[in-house]
Design a protein around this ligand. Structure first.
Ligand SMILES: [Fe+2]
Length: 290
């Protein structure tokens, strides 16, 4: 396995003091600037190929669980917000749909408009289970999982060493996320994009230990400064930098969580947005209450 500790990382004490001073733990990444420079073009190509048929084809492997789709609807607005979550033994695929700005504010069918978020999940076991006939775009992100995993392992030790004995399984989940406006035209694309960002970009903190943000093709990510508690967009994520974000379970080790969301970027030339995030999660094996 390639060792990526040529990458810039922060040490425990640096991270502690940055949380106090309100600096973001964001650095240039060699891998993002070189081997994975075309990651957003690859994300676009991956998502163009991705659909339910492709998912079933790649996830139907011998001697393993069968792929399934779980359909979900928002119980308050089942016609306005619904999802198709694809689960299988190789990789995961989610389609989350909300009706577009016209139907959202009016009756369903006024415009037949909708906005979408789609996600591909690559897990620790994906590399072993992926068939050679899988699309090269999927293989590309499986390699990205392998290449960036040592950074998550480094931070797991640096940030959470004292809670490690409580961990059962540790999961490293790479997410390729697409935010699209399939029913928009040139005249209303910005409005549809704003609606998409508003619907899917609400402020939250991840139910993880942490996430390594590996970039967005244009700036919409924003987060709450740990000192001033003001919202800030983070420049650099569109340009080969990576950001370390603390999730909910980081609080057990005394870290401040990284509260984040998305905020609309009004540039009229923008279209589909891609974002790549690598989550670190643990299953806890004790019932200890923190
Ligand atoms: Fe998040």
């Amino acid at each position: 396995m390639q060792n990526n500790m040529n990458e810039n990382v922060f040490q425990h004490e640096e991270l502690r003091s940055m949380q106090e001073t309100g600096e973001w733990p964001i650095v240039d990444s060699q891998l993002l600037a070189t081997k994975y420079k075309d990651r957003f073009a690859m994300a676009e190509r991956l998502m163009k190929k991705m659909n339910t048929d492709v998912f079933f084809e790649i996830n139907s492997i011998e001697n393993d669980e069968s792929p399934v789709i779980e359909n979900w609807k928002d119980e308050n607005i089942p016609d306005k917000s619904f999802s198709h979550w694809h689960q299988g033994p190789v990789y995961g695929y989610d389609i989350d749909t909300m009706v577009g700005p016209t139907d959202w504010h009016g009756d369903i069918g006024d415009a037949d408009d909708y906005v979408q978020r789609r996600k591909v999940y690559i897990f620790d076991w994906t590399a072993d289970k992926l068939n050679e006939t899988a699309p090269e775009e999927l293989q590309y992100f499986v390699n990205m999982h392998t290449d960036f995993k040592p950074i998550l392992e480094y931070y797991a030790e640096e940030c959470y060493s004292e809670q490690k004995p409580d961990w059962g399984r540790v999961l490293h989940k790479l997410m390729i996320i697409e935010y699209s406006t399939p029913t928009a035209n040139d005249a209303n694309r910005s409005e549809h994009r704003a609606h998409n960002t508003e619907r899917f970009g609400d402020e939250h903190c991840d139910e993880t230990l942490a996430g390594l943000h590996l970039g967005e093709n244009y700036v919409e990510f924003h987060a709450k400064n740990t000192k001033t508690e003001k919202w800030e967009t983070i420049d650099g994520l569109e340009n080969n930098q990576m950001l370390w974000m603390f999730g909910e379970h980081a609080e057990r080790s005394g870290w401040k969580v990284t509260t984040h969301g998305m905020t609309h970027n009004p540039d009229p030339n923008l279209d589909t947005r891609y974002s790549i995030i690598f989550d670190l999660q643990a299953r806890y094996n004790t019932k200890k209450i923190y």
